[in-house]
Design a protein around this ligand. Structure first.
Ligand code: ATP
Ligand code: MG
Length: 197
């Protein structure tokens, strides 16, 4: 019998994508022997709406595409952009399950997000459709007991990088180089994103 395909689902706002995301994605792929990891760009990140201006989804997707271009096994996904509206991981997992009923799905989250997950839309759907993969993130610790969930903890290099800090750097004209992959930095420049106000 053929082995079931193993697909990682790594959702985010990616505003902008940075090496913290990419290092987590490639290391989870390696550790859990996933065929591919989808970096799923949130259309409207409902947790962040109203708090600040979010970069248009197509621009954020272009940055993710530029960042993963050369990396084997990482793919930018527009599934939430194509669905439109607010982005819920439960919907995304259902769409992927319907498209690939034979695959095993792994939902990847950082330590800052993991404990909030039970407050997301339909967490029971997430629990039933995917293995939850929690990666360490500097300054965060997930301590919840995950009764009834399938959980894997994967240790990745600690990189203290956040999109929030990168937006602040860009706003002050400080460099993003080596925190954001070169192709994505180029794309930011070409599109005039995060320009000092
Ligand atoms: P923001 O500061 O705008 O919230 P962010 O850097 O947290 O941006 P998100 O797009 O919110 O990036 O995160 C997407 C996913 O990537 C989340 O699961 C988050 O926990 C994880 N993640 C982000 N940065 C890191 C990092 N440096 N190390 C490990 N995981 C990370
Ligand atoms: Mg975040």
């Amino acid at each position: 019998m053929a082995r079931r395909e193993r697909i990682g689902v790594f959702g985010g706002t990616f505003d902008p994508i940075h090496l913290g995301h990419l290092v987590a994605a490639v290391n989870v792929r390696h550790t859990l022997a996933l065929e591919r990891v989808l970096l799923v760009v949130a259309n409207v990140p409902w947790q962040k709406e109203g708090e600040r201006l979010i970069t248009p989804a197509e621009d954020r997707l272009a940055l993710v595409e530029a960042a993963v271009g050369e990396v084997e096994g990482l793919e930018a996904s527009r599934i939430e952009i194509d669905r439109g509206g607010e982005s819920y991981s439960a919907d995304t997992l259902e769409t992927l399950r319907d498209a690939r009923p034979d695959a095993d799905l792994f939902l990847i989250v950082g330590g800052d997000v993991a404990d909030e997950l039970v407050t997301w839309e339909r967490p029971d759907v997430i629990r039933d459709l995917a293995t939850l993969v929690i990666v360490n993130r500097p300054g965060t610790r997930s301590s919840r007991a995950w009764d009834g969930w399938q959980v894997e903890r994967v240790t990745v290099p600690n990189l203290e990088i956040s999109s929030t800090d990168l937006r602040a750097r860009a706003a002050d004209g400080r460099p993003l180089d080596y925190l954001v992959p070169a192709g994505a930095v180029r794309c930011i420049r070409e599109r005039g994103l995060y320009a000092p106000g």
